[in-house]
Design a protein around this ligand. Structure first.
Ligand SMILES: Nc1nc2c(c(=O)[nH]1)N[C@H]1C(S)=C(S)[C@@H](COP(=O)(O)O)O[C@H]1N2
Ligand SMILES: [Mo]
Length: 314
């Protein structure tokens, strides 16, 4: 299909945030209910491949400054391509992101493979400007392009036995050199959410950022974004989604249970053995910021965790 490859973007275009935001606002005014810009004589939203530069602003935005496109795409954690922050950008071009499909398994009425092009037709794409807080005490603000994970789950029709949703990254050491070294992590990378977290309107599957197709180093063609949890929950390059009745073993929790909880909600009260979580370094800024409970999304999600002790690591 005819979507733009992530062409090198001139610095003038990517660092001028006020212009980027103004363009977003302009597009937003013309957005239809479907979320896409439509002019007379054009194909309807259903017939056209999504043009990521026509994506309408979605809910939960923030006025905080965007992290530059350069930083978002060159300072990454994607251990399948190495453990250095610049390794993913250097190596992820090896990843073939088409054709691509996700296998849906487990407690759902509609299981089986679903192609990325069909996934993209499930729901209009939206721009979601979210904070992203890594457990390593740095953070960014990223304008994602995506759609609610709930749209894909509703398509799959989970049964009443589905209590958790598990996600798995592609396992292919030929394309992902980091996977040749099992001392890094037990591959493939697995993450999971409770079903109510997965259905929450803040939780998205992202297929792009800054109005462009997702760069490989950020988890192309499709990755999870759960903005109130530490970044490691937001698993990249997903090939399998399973609906389960028990809590699955997730990669980081399994590797170091005392360091990484299953829930891993951003919590300034609970420090990691190596990182103080009360403050964070916003990439591109000089002064450190105070870290907020649930990464600033407490109003939206705190009710999911009633009864949990906020001074403990879950
Ligand atoms: N498959 C996979 N997903 C992953 C990771 C990874 O190493 N492998 N790193 C996680 C971590 S620790 C963070 S902070 C975010 C980083 O996302 P970004 O590079 O797009 O900012 O991706 C998460 N998703
Ligand atoms: Mo992270």
């Amino acid at each position: 299909m005819l979507i733009k490859r992530p062409a090198p973007i001139p610095a003038s275009e990517i660092t001028d945030e006020p212009i980027y935001r103004e363009r977003r606002r302009f597009l937003g005014q013309f957005a239809l209910g479907s979320g896409a810009l439509l002019l007379p004589g054009m194909l309807t939203a259903d017939e056209r491949p999504p043009r990521f530069d026509e994506v309408a602003p979605g809910p939960f935005g923030t006025d905080e400054g965007l992290t530059s496109y350069g930083d978002v795409t060159s300072y990454n954690n994607f251990f399948e391509f190495g453990t250095g922050k610049e390794d993913p950008k250097r190596h992820a071009h090896q990843l073939q992101t088409r054709p691509w499909s996700i296998m849906v398994e487990g407690h759902a009425e509609r299981t089986g493979p679903i192609d990325i092009e069909d996934i993209l037709r499930l729901h209009p794409l939206e721009e979601r400007i979210y904070r992203m807080r890594c457990v390593e005490a740095w953070s960014m603000v990223i304008p994602w392009v995506g759609f609610p994970l709930a749209a894909l789950l509703k398509h799959a029709q989970p049964t009443s036995r589905a209590k958790y949703v598990e996600f798995t990254t592609l396992h292919d050491p030929e394309q992902m050199p980091g996977q040749r070294d099992r001392r890094i992590l037990p591959w493939p990378y697995v993450e999971a959410l409770r079903i109510d977290e997965a259905m929450h309107p803040l939780t998205i599957l992202a297929v792009g950022l800054y109005g462009r197709e997702m760069p490989n180093q950020n988890g192309a063609p499709l990755r999870l974004v759960v903005p109130w949890k530490y970044g490691f929950k937001s698993i990249k390059s997903i090939v399998r989604i399973r609906l389960l009745d028990t809590q699955p073993r997730t990669t980081w929790h399994q590797s170091a249970p005392r360091e990484y909880g299953f829930y891993a909600n951003v919590n300034p009260e609970v420090n990691h053995p190596r990182w103080n979580q009360s403050r964070e370094r916003r990439i591109g800024e000089l002064r450190r910021r105070t870290t907020l409970p649930f990464n600033g999304y407490a109003e939206e999600v705190a009710q999911l965790y009633r009864g949990m002790d906020l001074h403990k690591n879950y």
